[in-house]
Ligand binder design. Structure first.
Ligand code: PTJ
Length: 243
């Protein structure tokens, strides 16, 4: 039992949840190390949504709402941390939800689908095909899901798959605390924020965007600027860290 007054309460609860989900097979063991890397970057941005992340989240909302067919791709870490938040974003944006895994097994697909559905998400089903230009099972996706989408939101994605989705001509939005990762630099738009803060921020923006703001955000999107702003934020915090 984690004491509520522990200064790292939120972080410890997230770790406990991920560890439990790893024992149940929802989260890949590799997902635990991925989370640790994310936590380190979260320290550097002050464990809060920065101004540039907020702008990125509003732009993400505009892109999801403007899409012909938007799909939210969910992996084990995202389902463990943010299943309820994904269901709310689906409701607000009208996007489809597809479970798509790096460490793919049918058992994990079923477990993650179950968690998402328990929290109210509608999850696409069907027979997957090798449609993403990647070797091994990471190529698998649904013809009427990710393969058909023009806009894909892939939180906590691996760089190779992000690049392959871009090579298919898709607009790729990612959530990644590491602004230096290949995913962050390859995506069309990167929200440098923790997934449990980023997804609700995108959901809130879906409800509050004015049409002219949405068009302006899409037209002026500059992912390199957003990544530089996140790095500047980290540098600034580091330079005052021990004051
Ligand atoms: O469930 P699976 O099989 O699809 O596997 C999922 C993982 C996460 C293991 C897989 O996609 C993977 O290996 O991802 P990477 O390449 O480690 O990338 C994950 C990125 O997400 C890293 O850059 C982390 O810094 C970042 N990250 C980790 N936790 C969070 C995060 N970003 C936002 N919020 C987090 N909670």
């Amino acid at each position: 039992m984690i004491p509520k007054d522990h200064p790292r309460y939120r972080s410890l609860v997230a770790r406990e949840r991920l560890a439990r989900c790893a024992r149940e097979g929802v989260v890949a063991l590799e997902g635990l190390t991925a989370h640790g890397r994310g936590e380190a970057f979260d320290y550097l941005i002050g464990e809060k949504t920065t101004g540039s992340a907020s702008l990125a989240a509003r732009t993400a909302a505009a892109m999801l709402l403007a899409a012909r067919h938007a799909v939210i791709s969910v992996n084990g870490n995202t389902a463990a941390l943010a299943a309820e938040e994904i269901a709310a974003l689906q409701q607000a944006s009208g996007a489809d939800v597809e479970v798509n895994l790096f460490h793919r097994t049918e058992e994990r697909i079923a477990l993650i689908t179950g968690i998402l559905e328990k929290h109210g998400a509608r999850v696409l089903s069907g027979t997957v095909e090798r449609l993403v230009p990647l070797s091994h099972d990471r190529a698998l996706c649904l013809p009427h899901g990710i393969a058909d989408a023009d806009v894909v939101l892939v939180p906590l994605e691996d760089g190779d798959r992000c690049a392959a989705l871009r090579a298919m001509g898709k607009t790729v939005i990612t959530v990644d605390l590491n602004p230096l990762s290949r995913t962050a630099r390859t995506a069309t738009l990167t929200v440098v924020d923790e997934v449990t803060r980023a997804i609700p921020a995108i959901t809130a923006a879906c409800a509050s965007l004015e049409p002219d703001e949405a068009g302006r955000l899409i037209a002026t999107l500059d992912n390199t600027y957003l990544l530089r702003a996140a790095i500047d934020e980290m540098r600034e915090r580091l330079s005052h860290a021990l004051e």
